[in-house]
Design a protein. Structure first.
Lengths: 884, 110
């Protein structure tokens, strides 16, 4: 039987017909023989069937067997072809190891970067919030338009009134929480510990409706004074401190010296309102008005609400704005708080990381595109040298679709190997990301590489493979195939191939411009952020934060203890000077007061602009390295029994005593006369990017607070003396819990961690873009020079000057580069506008940045074209003409 | 018919068909006839079993088929043995021989 190039497959009906015909032949032959043997013609057929056995069953059986055989044959053919394609693919990749290595390396980078960024996006933006029907939960802010405060907090009386008046919310709750600031001391078994705490109001848990790991959340009556010694534990604390025992529910623990009953434990994913972990949730009412003021002007509670079904955030905002406006009119001591801001809770949580993440997603997608374009270009170059091979295969009977499939198999194989490498690289990148910037990303705890991420990587790989494989495959399917056999000695790249590759290089350069512009903007923004003078010396200063236990009940005892602690630290070897303040920069903003409350000579009547009130010790400004501009700083003599004194910062001095020196001025706070004894330098209390507000400092020896952030100025590495400083504190009171031990440098570093991460990542992406762009130009020109060796050889032989050859090659490179730069600059000027929100101190369309980026790109392109041009110059006309 | 034909032990149909086809290419009817002839009428393969076995053997790749013209001038499906089929025949013969001799060692001890 002659073998066809490929069997035509038989259909189900033709199989059935063949079986029927075969059996029919048998029965007819038997019947004919029977008639010969003398059977009556009428009975012969029946007898033949009888002798045969079960005809129907046999027919079905044979049909089924044939059908199975047909299917197996079909499957085998496909499997064989795929195997063959794979074999060709691997052989092809092995024979060009240089191409394969470059392609795999770029793919691994492109896919790895995408895997890593997708992991982050998924953990941060796509992970569902651990609240029931989260789309109905919103965050509500009190808004004071006249003071420019859009997202303000509520005072307790305001929140209670808003809660009572609102009809569009099912429930409204509130909390008081500031990361690293709100806390409570745990004593009892084990070492004393400062726990992070959220102080919550009725409605907090009812709004969020989170699930618990054990026990329950706070019940309605547990917010009431008299029943409010109940606490809900965070999962982390439960595991760390109580061994994850469910029996902790119902037990009593000591917080702040008081017994609290543990009513429940939250699940690990619920840390609201903290981004990462939270130790305890307890009723705000536990802290009475003496600890946290409850007057109407004292705004400190953050509010959340669960809307009635069908109510939009905007409807709710209108309602709350109406209520706050009415409250503001009814209570003149609370002016200006007459509006409201509402956002969904998701927006409030991920809002400020969403933009930088989307910028990263865009950048990383561009890296992948550049990668693909680069490989497509490489493949095109390679395809043109292989055209004869393909043409031969086509001539030997391989169909066009078969050749296209083979080329696609090859690029998919390449992409999938790249994908495997990329997944590994992505895994490493995710680990590096968590280590470097984990604290900056809400939900980073859920950051990991898993099935979904790998599926994403797989899809990206397939996309890449099809993307960069399609062009060479499309070309192979084109009519050029046979021509290349007929064409001369060398399967030279046709005009279409070169045009396509040139277009790809333009795209590559354009993408590189966009990436480099983004990277440059982020890096410059970060550099400007670092260049901001915080107003104090960050190096060589240790920070210890703690709260004076309430066992020091009277002001005298607190002051003694405060002085005792500072004195003990002063004795530690290596300590130059030590001071303390209630709130350090980026760890709190002091107490918010109005100019009126502090009896400051207000520029305008009813000036409700905020003034920060800080409590500082003697030597605090010396320890911080904050200059004293005029007068003096606090001295040990500024005690309870001495006249009350204030210091003001420069901004306050300029604001309230324009053109005057406030030193010596006396303020009358009720019956107390307070003298201003000094002006100190401004510091960036709220963070490097925030404006400096007027601040007034009061001596901690005259007006104590329990919060104590100690600054220890030393020589060299401050963490070296951390242990001895802690022991010095414990030598005064061994039950003193310590909230945080860090350095000023690290504290400030935390504030720039996110811009640093962004600048760092965009910088990497920009560099990759630039590198791949240069590689693309170089590859194309080097290839073109190799292809045109003969032509160049002839020109040189005919006496063309070297400059003409140089111009030929470099001109080609420059033409492509300039095309790419124009397209890229246009795209970048539009796209970088999206970065507005993540930039500091630099505009998205910053001209000098663009000029630099274009300069760097053209420089790189010149370099990339110069190398092939040099090779062209070195061509010896004799060998070039003799070759082939 | 003078004598009763012998029923066939399960599994021997395949080996008989392969053996028959190793002599020449035949259609189903021809195979049945040839087996009967060679065994002097002692062995008869049931037609149903014969055709089922042929299609099974074809799927397994031991025989292949092709349409041809019979001596009665009708289109018939002719079977021939493949090289795999010959291999299979050899192994099955060895197996069968072992089986039969073991059987007789028990039934008629020397």
């Amino acid at each position: 039987m002659p073998k066809a190039f490929r069997f035509p497959f038989r259909s189900r009906t033709s199989i059935a017909a063949e079986v029927d015909e075969e059996l029919e032949f048998h029965l007819a032959t038997v019947a004919a023989r029977l008639r010969d043997e003398g059977w009556p013609a009428a009975d012969a057929d029946a007898e033949a069937r009888r002798r045969f056995g079960n005809v129907e069953h046999t027919r079905d059986y044979c049909r089924a067997e044939d059908l199975r055989r047909e299917r197996e044959k079909h499957r085998m053919t496909i499997v064989d072809e795929i195997k063959q394609d794979l074999r060709y693919a691997f052989r092809g990749l092995r024979t060009t190891p240089g191409f394969t290595l470059i392609a795999l390396a770029t793919l691994a980078i492109g896919i790895g970067a995408n895997t890593a960024i997708f992991s982050v996006v998924r953990a941060v933006l796509l992970e569902p919030l651990p609240f029931a029907t989260a789309d109905r939960i919103v965050r509500v802010w009190d808004t004071n338009s006249s003071a420019g405060i859009e997202e303000g907090t509520f005072s307790e009386p305001d929140l209670i009134d808003v809660r009572a008046a609102s009809k569009l919310a099912e429930v409204i709750g509130g909390f008081f929480f500031a990361d690293g600031q709100t806390g409570i001391d745990l004593t009892g078994d084990g070492s004393p510990e400062r726990l992070s705490a959220a102080l919550v109001t009725p409605g907090f848990f009812e709004t969020l409706r989170p699930r618990t790991a054990a026990g329950r959340v706070l019940a309605a009556d547990e917010y009431e004074v008299g029943h409010n010694r109940s606490v809900v534990l965070g999962y982390g604390l439960w595991q760390r401190r109580f061994g994850g025992e469910p029996t902790i529910v119902g037990k009593t623990i000591t917080l702040n010296g008081d017994p609290f009953t543990v009513v429940g434990v939250m699940r690990p994913e619920f840390t609201y309102p903290a981004a990462q972990t939270l130790d305890v949730w307890l009723p705000l009412s536990y802290f009475g008005p003496d600890a946290i003021g409850r007057a109407r002007p004292l705004h400190f509670i953050s509010a959340i609400a669960r809307l009635e079904p069908g109510v939009t955030p905007e409807q709710f905002r209108t309602e709350i704005a109406g209520i706050t406006a009415r409250l503001s009119r009814s209570y003149p001591d609370n002016p200006g708080w007459d509006n409201a801001t509402v956002r969904t809770i998701r927006e409030s949580i991920v809002g400020d990381v969403e933009r930088p993440l989307l910028v990263l997603v865009a950048a990383v997608a561009m890296v992948l595109l550049i990668t693909c374009v680069n490989i497509a270009s490489l493949l095109l170059a390679r395809a043109s040298t292989r055209q004869r091979e393909l043409a031969v295969r086509a001539a030997l009977g391989a169909g066009r679709s078969r050749i296209v499939r083979q080329l696609l198999t090859e690029s998919l194989t390449l992409a999938l190997i790249g994908g495997v490498l990329g997944a590994a690289l992505g895994y490493l990148a995710v680990r590096a990301l968590v280590a470097r910037g984990g604290a900056e990303l809400p939900g980073a705890g859920a950051l990991h590489v898993d099935g979904v991420v790998l599926a994403f990587t797989f899809l990206v790989s397939v996309f890449a493979g099809v993307f960069f494989g399609a062009m060479p495959a499309a070309r192979a399917a084109g009519p050029a195939l046979e021509r290349s056999l007929r064409a001369g000695t060398r399967g030279s790249v046709g005009g279409t191939g070169r045009r396509m590759r040139s277009a790809l290089v333009v795209v590559e350069v354009a993408l590189a411009v966009v990436l480099a512009a983004g990277a440059s903007l982020a890096t410059k923004s970060f550099a400007r952020l670092l260049a901001v003078n915080p107003g104090f010396q960050t190096s060589s200063a240790l920070v210890v934060r703690m709260n004076i236990p309430k066992t020091y009940a009277t002001t005298e005892r607190r002051v003694d203890y405060y002085e005792g602690v500072l004195q003990a630290i002063r004795q530690v070897p290596g300590v130059i000077v030590v001071g303390a303040v209630h709130d350090l920069p980026t760890r709190g903003n002091g107490e918010m007061r109005t100019a009126e409350q502090l009896a400051l000579p207000a520029a305008r009547p009813n000036d409700s602009a905020p003034v920060q009130l800080h409590h500082a010790s003697p030597d605090f400004f010396k320890a911080m390295g904050i200059p004293v501009r005029s007068g003096r700083e606090f001295a040990p003599s500024d005690r309870l029994d001495a006249p009350a004194v204030f210091l003001v910062n420069e901004t306050a001095a300029k604001r309230f005593w324009p053109g005057e020196n406030p030193v010596g001025k006396v303020l009358h706070l009720g019956s107390t006369a307070v003298q201003i004894v000094g002006v100190v330098g401004d510091i960036r209390q709220r963070g490097l990017t925030e404006a400096v507000e007027p601040a007034v400092y009061v001596s901690a020896m005259q007006n104590t607070r329990s919060g104590m952030s100690i600054v220890v100025r030393t020589t060299g590495d401050p963490m070296r003396i951390a242990g001895t400083v802690r022991n010095a504190i414990w030598s005064v009171d061994r039950n003193q819990p310590i909230a945080e031990v860090t350095t000023l440098e690290q504290m400030l570093g935390g504030a720039v961690a996110r811009p640093r991460l962004l600048a760092w990542l965009l910088g990497i992406f920009g560099f990759i873009g630039l590198l791949l762009g240069a590689l693309g130009i170089y590859g194309l020109l080097a290839f073109a020079v190799a292809q045109r060796r003969q032509e160049i050889g002839v020109r040189t032989a005919l006496g063309a000057p070297r400059s003409a050859v140089l111009k030929l090659v470099m001109g080609h490179g420059m033409a492509l580069t300039i095309g790419g730069v124009i397209v890229g600059t246009l795209a970048a000027s539009v796209l970088t506008r999206q970065m507005q929100a993540v930039l500091f101190g630099i505009a998205p369309g910053d001209v000098s940045t663009f000029v630099e980026v274009i300069g760097v790109l053209i420089g790189t392109a010149l370099l990339a074209s110069w190398m092939p041009a040099r090779r062209a110059l070195a061509i010896d006309p004799v060998t070039a003409l003799r070759a082939d | 018919m003078a004598r009763e034909t012998l029923g066939l032990v399960q599994g021997t149909v395949d080996v008989l068909i392969l053996k028959t086809l190793s002599w020449k290419t035949l259609h189903g009817y021809g195979i049945a006839e040839l087996i009967r002839e060679r065994s002097d009428g002692d062995l008869a393969v049931e037609d149903a079993a014969l055709y089922q076995a042929l299609h099974r053997l074809e799927r397994k790749g031991f025989v292949e088929s092709e349409w041809g013209i019979s001596h009665t001038n009708r289109r018939a499906r002719f079977y021939s043995i493949t090289s795999e089929g010959r291999k299979q025949l050899r192994t099955e013969l060895v197996e069968l021989r072992r089986y039969v001799s073991a059987l007789f060692r028990v039934l008629e001890p020397a």
